[in-house]
Design a protein around this ligand. Structure first.
Ligand SMILES: O=C(O)CCC(=O)C(=O)O
Ligand SMILES: [Fe+2]
Length: 182
């Protein structure tokens, strides 16, 4: 089974500038769990972060950069991947977090998430912009913290247990996205 894959320079410095400017001024609402479509529920005891609304041009840029990674992901995870789910732009402020969870590919959870195969977390903020807010992978009792420079990403099987630890200070912008089964 393939473990998480760190990917460098998914975004160029120019992309980062464009995206930061867009995300800093974007409208936001509390992110939901279970199903990201209308009908998803806010459960602050599970996930406390703001989901940012993306304009069409910003979403297109994000999709293009993510899709450029598709061949590499298919090779690493040894499977053909289907459509990319709508990317989620997230802003974590102090006290925000996402408890340990799986994003999908858990067939007993009978919503759309069971079709997710590969997750990606793409960091817009630099590690120095915030404290806490670590992306941590759980493997049994083992914990592995991903150190992700700005513009870089980590991709992982959707069923991998992971969390975002509470942000202590600063502001953390990230993008979460998923490739579905073909
Ligand atoms: O913000 C991140 O780095 C990851 C967020 C996450 O795990 C999710 O939205 O499912
Ligand atoms: Fe997640």
């Amino acid at each position: 089974m393939s473990g998480p894959l760190a990917i460098e320079a998914v975004l160029s410095p120019a992309d980062l500038k464009t995206l930061l400017a867009a995300l800093r001024t974007a409208a936001s609402h509390p992110a939901t769990v279970i199903d990201p479509t209308p009908g998803g529920v806010v459960m602050a005891q599970v996930r406390r972060t703001q989901r940012l609304e993306l304009d069409a041009a910003t979403e297109a840029l994000i999709r293009a950069r993510l899709e450029a990674q598709r061949p590499r992901l298919e090779a690493h995870f040894g499977q053909r991947l289907g459509p990319l789910e709508t990317p989620q732009a997230l802003r974590y402020g102090p006290g925000d977090y996402f408890v340990a969870h799986q994003d999908g590919n858990t067939p007993l959870v009978h919503d759309r998430s069971r079709h997710r195969r590969v997750s990606i977390s793409l960091l817009i903020s630099a590690p120095d912009d915030y404290a806490g807010g670590d992306l941590v992978f759980h493997d049994g009792a083992e914990r592995r913290t991903a150190v992700i420079p700005a513009g870089c990403a980590v991709a992982f099987r959707a069923e991998t247990t992971h969390e975002v630890t509470p942000l202590a200070t600063g502001e953390r912008f990230s993008l979460a996205a998923w490739w579905m089964a073909p």
